[in-house]
Design a binder for this molecule. Structure first.
Ligand code: ADP
Ligand code: MG
Length: 255
């Protein structure tokens, strides 16, 4: 693996329990900045839990215990004095099912900006437009900014949610199966969008679609039963994996 690349998230001996069930076991993983890293593995192996550990969303669920460290640019995000709201501004997350607010397209994107005190006028308009452009949605909604977001198609809603996430300039974008509820054309748009976005952001995507992982990602982590089995450049993982379990999984022998 190329060892020169800058590391954005450094996961060290990370373990996670829900009640007394171990969901992640001593994960060590270094996620490169300004690249796309895919998390793959069978259903229930802990992909979403690992993703949520990158902006401390597991602790919103009851009875979770996290051990180990996650460093964001060298800063341990599990330190007690970390401001979690600020952490989640720096590390945004988009889920499988598009979840726009039941408000206008404009208000969806402007929401986080307003929370930051940018409340009106030209500046807000410009930032909303810029986020919609980055999310490759502007041309489709420029005349519908004040219509309800729930009138958009599923694929448009998901790009809107991505626009909402990037409007506040995160550094890391976490995507949990962002296209699995979408049709093939919308899926392709999301994949193209990711390619554009990685210039600005570090992207981590959970996908159960191995073709998608192979198409979009630079690096791939394969998880199985809460453990990291293998992490490498995507090309290497898909052509010459070093672990037998990885090979069995990517060739469809289990999962
Ligand atoms: N809120 C929760 N409470 C208890 N167990 C959970 C919760 N969410 C997930 N789990 C368990 O954690 C394990 C990993 O789940 P998850 O991270 O969602 O896997 P994946 O995304 O790979 O399908 C599973 O065994 C699942 O049942
Ligand atoms: Mg999941």
């Amino acid at each position: 693996m190329n060892t020169d690349v800058a590391i954005k998230l450094d996961v060290q001996d990370l373990s996670l329990k829900f009640a007394d069930k171990t969901v992640l076991q001593r994960i060590n993983l270094r996620i490169p900045a300004h690249h796309i890293t895919a998390l793959i593995g069978p259903s229930g192996c802990g992909k979403s839990s690992l993703l949520r550990s990158f902006n401390r969303m597991n602790e919103l669920l009851d009875e979770t215990v996290t051990e180990g460290r996650v460093l964001l640019d060298g800063l341990d995000i599990y330190q007690p004095d970390i401001e979690v709201a600020e952490l989640r501004r720096r590390v945004g997350i988009v889920f499988q099912k598009p979840n726009p607010f039941p408000h206008s397209v404009y208000e969806n994107v402007g929401f986080g900006l307003r929370l930051q005190g940018i409340s009106r006028g030209r500046q807000l308009d410009e930032l909303v437009e810029a986020a919609l452009k980055k999310a490759a949605l502007w041309n489709e909604v420029r005349d519908r900014l004040h219509e309800s977001a729930v009138n958009l198609s599923g694929g448009q809603q998901q790009r809107l949610v991505i626009a909402r996430a990037i409007a506040i300039e995160p550094e890391v974008l976490l995507l949990d199966e962002p296209a699995s509820a979408l049709d093939p054309i919308s899926t392709l748009k999301i994949e193209e969008l990711m390619y554009d976005l990685k210039q600005h952001y570090t992207i981590v995507i959970v996908t159960h679609n191995m073709q998608q992982a192979a198409r979009v990602s630079d690096y791939t982590a394969f998880l199985n039963m809460g453990q990291l089995v293998e992490f490498d450049e995507t090309n290497k993982m898909f052509t010459d994996p070093s672990q037998r379990a990885t090979e069995d999984y990517i060739t469809g022998r289990f999962g």
